[in-house]
Design a protein. Structure first.
Length: 137
DNA sequence: GCCAACGTTGGC
DNA sequence: GCCAACGTTGGC
């Protein structure tokens, strides 16, 4: 099992929307590094959901419903999509400020490369974020 | 709205 | 294959 974090601008697609939709296609990724992470996702992997631009916090837990398949929105090129579903919202959102000030989270992509939209988390990072969010899987 | 960081493109 | 120019992302 692997652990992940994805970013979304809440006014484009928010975690609340994922909760009410029950499922979404995670497509439109046009960055090779992010694409390769999408391809490494397995069904059932937990995915933390971060709101970029607005909110700037981890707001909930999602999971992989469907492993990677060709991105139908790609007109050319070799791109992938996955399907994600909601698990549960964080009891308490975890802000970027908090993440940056936590010693155990200095190596995650959010801190090291602010522009990466799909990134892996270690077991420890994932569980640290869960406990900061006062939420259990 | 600004700008730093990063990725991509294209000329040489 | 290098690197300057450009575009995009996203925090501030």
């Amino acid at each position: 099992m692997n652990y992940w974090l994805v970013k979304s601008e809440p006014f484009v697609f928010s975690f609340d929307q994922l909760m009410s939709d029950g499922k979404t296609r995670w497509d439109g990724v046009r960055n090779y590094q992010a694409r390769n992470f999408l391809r490494a996702m397995d069904v059932g992997d937990p995915v933390l959901f971060y709101h970029s631009n607005e909110g700037l916090e981890v707001v909930g837990i999602a999971k992989v419903l469907q492993a990677n398949y060709p991105d139908p929105t790609a007109e050319k090129g070799d791109w992938s999509a996955v399907d994600l579903g909601p698990v549960k919202p964080f009891k308490r959102p975890v802000s970027l400020v908090e993440i940056k000030s936590n010693e155990g989270l200095q190596n995650i992509g959010l801190v090291r490369n602010g522009r990466l939209s799909v990134m892996p988390l270690t077991f420890d990072e994932f569980h640290l974020l869960l406990s900061l969010g006062e939420t259990e899987l």
